[in-house]
Ligand binder design. Structure first.
Ligand code: ADP
Ligand code: ZN
Length: 610
């Protein structure tokens, strides 16, 4: 079988996506590879397809139990013999699985990094014919990354112990230079073929809004999208609790996830979400790495996260099936302060020296600033993120809330003058928050203590909304009229250009014509997805979803592992009558056709006969 046949037979797809063929061909020719692709791009197939074509076993090192379970579940559904070896197995189950592995029953084995150098596992691996070692989430090897895992450093030791060196494949969605270099070095990749695909996720709609009442905005969204499931990310555990309780009392089937819950509750809630029993998950950032649920239709950030990397990763959990999905950020200035506080509190990590720690904090503050710019910019959001990752595209995507908002040039000269005057008269000693609070005339104790309550600018902009003051301040900074220092407590300072404004130069800023309160305009603006499907028959789609849920319950697997939303949409459009028709549906391979063909064909026939 060639790679195209494998793709069709096991996975039910007709064509490869960007980057996949390069990686597959290189692996098959014996070259190491390093694939850097955004979430949802289809990294798994890049090693699963060659694994099925090579002689011998492929090992996949993966950091998370849930991820392994999901991947193995998907492979088994596709008719591939695969297993995982990690701490979720009992001692008996583990021994059994290793025995089967020794007998050569599995083509692909997922293994936790901590297991690699254990006696049991080595005993198996040194005698087995290991053809390929794949390292998933390879950025975990980097001490610079946010997800550093010391056990990942042992992978290269393990590979060196093997009697003959297998081909090594590494995959990640993190593209920064440090991480890339770390991965190549720490995994000892041999002249790897590097494939980086674009980071743009065309099916995602980006939106930032600053609702006065975040909860009301969330409810509006959920009421407008009653059949969809998704994730609501909050910064603090307390917020997760509050939002989850309020959603439930408003009749939403929500569940929660954060590090303060017991293992048992976390597992249960996660499963409820995966199985579509509780389609709305309210969680901290502890939730998500390795969550492969492909039909997450929205990711709403109830608070602004600490940096663009986190945001893109979390938001990227939406729409992995390539179908349209919304990524919405609710911004409030308090979120900036909360994040600042968290950075300052960051627990002392003793793998770092004093000097390194200082560097890391500085970098964190800088990243937070970029995140704040994203949240307040009036320019294209997609372009902003892609630029952040070093990709230059057009400055208009037509598929984000900014591109779809009508902006008008607004005269903000007076506000700008007041801001600069406040900075000047306070001796350029304070940060953005103090300046803003002073201008608004805030009654905070802090302003009394530092004397700003007596400053001539106190209360001068009391009639201007706080977000506008911040917007103008950020506009002034990004245009060189103000400078924010890089210290632990960043201070706002004047520049040479500030003089122009003092001398009366008018200041025009792009501002939204209509207030960006709530209201997701994505529906109207949704473009056709990249891999275009025929028109969905929504009635039939709902019926097929019901059939999928029945099967999922019987087999105790999450619904999206039976079929993705995309497969069901395609099915509802094609209305297959025969097995041959059924095989043409996106995501239907031979195994799934045999297993589920009858049930779905019957459902379609019944629908047509109505
Ligand atoms: P990643 O690991 O890069 O985040 P996955 O490997 O989980 O992404 O793939 C995301 C989704 O895309 C999965 O549902 C997968 O089946 C699907 N997919 C992967 N390759 C293709 C392809 N060539 N054609 C259609 N769908 C694909
Ligand atoms: Zn845009």
């Amino acid at each position: 079988m060639d790679k195209n046949q494998v793709l069709k037979k096991y996975f039910g797809y007709d064509t490869f996506r960007e980057g996949q063929e390069d990686l597959i061909d290189s692996l098959l020719s014996g070259r190491d590879v390093f694939g850097i692709m955004p979430t949802g791009a289809g990294k798994s197939l890049c090693y699963q397809v060659p694994a099925l074509m090579m002689e011998g076993i492929s090992l996949v090192v993966s950091p998370l139990i849930s991820l392994m379970k999901d991947q193995v579940g998907t492979l088994n559904q596709a008719g591939v013999h695969a297993a995982f070896l990690n701490s979720s197995l009992s001692a008996v189950q583990y021994r059994k699985a290793l025995e089967f592995a020794k007998e050569g029953r599995y083509k692909i084995i997922y293994v936790a990094p901590e297991r690699l150098l254990t006696d049991d596992f080595l005993n198996f691996a040194l005698r087995a014919d290991v053809a390929m070692v794949t390292v998933d989430e390879a950025h975990c090897v980097s001490q610079w990354g946010q997800d550093f895992r010391p056990s990942y450093l042992k992978i290269s030791d393990f590979i060196r112990l093997l009697p003959s060196r297998p081909v090594v494949a590494a995959f990640t969605a993190t593209a920064t230079k440090e991480v890339k270099e770390d991965v190549v070095a720490a995994l000892d990749l041999q002249e790897p073929v590097m494939v980086t695909t674009g980071f743009d996720r065309k099916n995602l709609f980006y939106q930032v809004s600053a609702p006065k009442d975040k909860f009301a905005a969330l409810m509006d969204y959920l009421n407008e999208h009653p059949t969809e499931g998704g994730i609501v990310y909050c910064l603090a555990r307390k917020t997760v609790e509050e939002v989850c309780v309020r959603l439930r009392s408003n009749g939403i089937a929500a569940t929660r996830y954060h590090a303060g819950l017991s293992d048992a509750e976390r597992r249960k809630n996660q499963d409820d979400f995966l199985y579509d029993i509780s389609p709305v998950m309210v969680a901290t950032n502890a939730f998500g790495m390795g969550i492969d649920k492909s039909n997450v239709r929205f990711v709403i950030h109830y608070n602004m996260p600490k940096n663009i990397e986190s945001y893109y990763q979390e938001a990227g959990r939406a729409g992995r099936d390539g179908e349209e999905a919304n990524c919405i950020l609710f911004y409030a200035p308090q979120d900036v302060r909360l994040n600042q506080f968290l950075i300052d509190q960051e627990s002392e990590n003793d793998t770092f020296t004093e000097e390194e720690r200082k560097l890391i904090k500085e970098r964190d503050r800088d990243r937070l600033r970029q995140m704040t710019y994203y949240s307040t910019t009036n320019n294209c959001l997609r372009d902003f993120v892609l630029r952040y990752f070093g990709e230059y595209t057009s400055s208009y995507c037509g598929k984000c809330s900014n591109c779809l908002t009508e902006y008008v040039d607004t005269d903000v000269t007076e506000t700008a003058q007041a801001i600069l005057l406040c900075v000047k008269s306070s001796g350029q000693r304070f940060g953005m928050t103090v300046v803003t609070d002073t201008l608004r005339g805030s009654q905070s104790v802090k302003l009394k203590q530092n004397g700003m309550a007596n400053n001539g600018c106190f209360g001068r902009l009391s009639g201007v909304p706080i977000y506008r003051i911040r917007q103008v301040m950020q506009f002034l900074e990004s245009n060189g009229y103000l400078l924010v220092t890089d210290d632990q407590y960043p201070v706002v300072k004047l520049t040479q250009k500030s003089q122009d404004i003092f001398s009366g130069e008018p200041v025009f800023m792009k501002a939204a014509k209509e207030a960006k309160e709530t209201g997701v305009k994505s529906e109207k603006s949704r473009k056709k997805p990249a891999e275009e499907l025929l028109d969905t028959d929504y009635g039939l789609f709902e019926e097929l979803r019901r059939v999928r849920m029945e099967i999922a319950k019987e087999e105790r697997v999450p619904p999206y592992i039976v079929f993705s939303d995309k497969s069901l949409r395609d099915m509802s459009a094609r209305k297959p009558k025969t097995e041959a028709d059924f095989l043409k549906v996106n995501g239907v391979g031979e195994n799934k056709c045999q297993k589920y063909g009858k049930k779905f064909l019957a459902a379609v026939a019944k629908w047509e006969a109505k």
